[in-house]
Design a protein around this ligand. Structure first.
Ligand SMILES: *Cc1c(COP(=O)(O)O)cnc(C)c1O
Length: 356
């Protein structure tokens, strides 16, 4: 058990109206911080007023990007209580990322206690309107002031909270995605399966070029053969071909193991769908589209839950999927996941953790 010290903010911010929230633009009054020093371990867990942090300009995070993060949400149910969706899976993944980045792990019980304590302390910030939630962003940065390239001896584990709006104010709107043939996100043996800022820094140029052409995100292909599908921007990706639901397997370590991805696979299997986690080439998808067998594609992630894909563009060759409309598998997953998350149906999967 952590002994979390609390310092209350002297002034509280005015809370934005639910209909202007957007994503990741507003932050609550407090944050959780805990320090790590080699030899001492994690210490001084505290909830303090949200605000700028002072770091030495030589802090290693600024130079060698020894940083990692997580993303999950807290949901307000109709009876007023607040709950989390599979936070144990986020914490397990955070510690997997820690090992890959030579960052000391945070004991799972301590991480969950910190998340729950901060969310409970800030519970008035969990918005009320349909589809809104409180986004939770835990992250760890290397703070040792030193320019040698080696794992830092000092870290900070920080959690910030952001009330976020409904992703789909006007219903589930399919997105347009560009197939990325020029840049790669990662290679086998790299950090593809770790949730680190560095992966995103490397993805920005491809993303920016796709946006300039009117596309929301890019579909990444594997970095070696440039042939197999990895994932989309900040989402895992699924294809429904000939009634089988196919998603790239995690075996090569190129793909971020999404909690939403895993939950979709588990639900689909429970419902009796044929689900395959395997290598899937872009040529197989193009062929299936030509033959009329590609009936749906969708991305999965905490932010949007399910994001149907209405169009893929491969160097100017456009593939329209399901007439650019949401398909039945995407809709069913979205309806069920969101009903579980907001406590509208009974949690027969054991995925919900109550905060209060
Ligand atoms: C976080 C993330 C996802 C989605 O993971 P969820 O746990 O479902 O939110 C997918 N891809 C990348 C690159 C990510 O960073």
């Amino acid at each position: 058990m952590l002994d979390i010290k609390i310092t209350a903010a002297l002034t509280k911010k005015e809370k934005p109206a639910d209909n202007i929230l957007g994503f990741g633009r507003y932050f609550t009054d407090h944050m959780f911080v805990m320090d790590y020093d080699l030899g001492e371990g994690w210490h001084d867990p505290r909830i303090i007023p949200y605000g700028p942090i002072a770091l030495d300009p030589s802090a290693m995070v600024f130079h060698y990007a020894q940083e990692l993060f997580e993303g999950l949400k807290a949901y307000r149910c109709e009876d007023g209580h607040i709950q989390l969706f599979r936070p144990d899976k986020n914490i397990e993944r955070m510690n997997n990322t820690c090992r890959r980045m030579c960052v000391p792990e945070v004991p799972a019980d301590d991480a969950l206690q910190a998340i729950k304590a901060l969310v409970d302390y800030e519970k008035d910030w969990v918005p009320h309107s349909e589809g809104t939630s409180l986004y939770i962003r835990p992250f760890i940065i290397a703070t040792e002031p030193q320019l040698g390239v080696h794992p830092s001896k000092k870290y900070q584990f920080i959690i910030i909270l952001s009330p976020v709006g409904s992703y789909y104010a006007g219903g589930l709107d399919p997105v347009k995605i560009c197939i990325e043939r020029k840049y790669v996100r990662c290679v086998k043996g790299g950090t593809g399966e770790a949730k680190v800022g560095g992966n995103y820094a490397a993805s920005l140029l491809g993303q920016k070029e796709a946006e300039a052409r009117g596309y929301a995100q890019v579909l990444w292909l594997d970095g070696i053969e440039r042939k197999y599908i990895d994932e989309v921007g900040a989402m895992n990706v699924f294809f429904v071909i000939d009634k089988t639901v196919i998603t790239p397997s995690l075996a090569d370590g190129n793909i971020l193991p999404g909690v939403t991805r895993r939950s979709c696979i588990e639900l689909l299997k429970k419902w009796g769908y044929n689900v395959e986690e395997r290598k899937i080439s872009i040529d197989e998808v193009i062929e299936a589209h030509k033959n009329g067998k590609l009936t749906e594609s969708f991305g999965t992630g905490t932010a949007a839950v399910i994001s149907p894909v209405g169009e893929y563009n491969d160097n100017g060759n456009v593939m329209i999927i399901n007439d650019g409309k949401i398909g039945p598998v995407s809709q069913k997953l979205y309806d069920n996941l969101t009903a579980l998350q907001w406590g509208k149906i009974e949690d027969d999967m054991g995925w919900i953790v109550k905060v209060n």
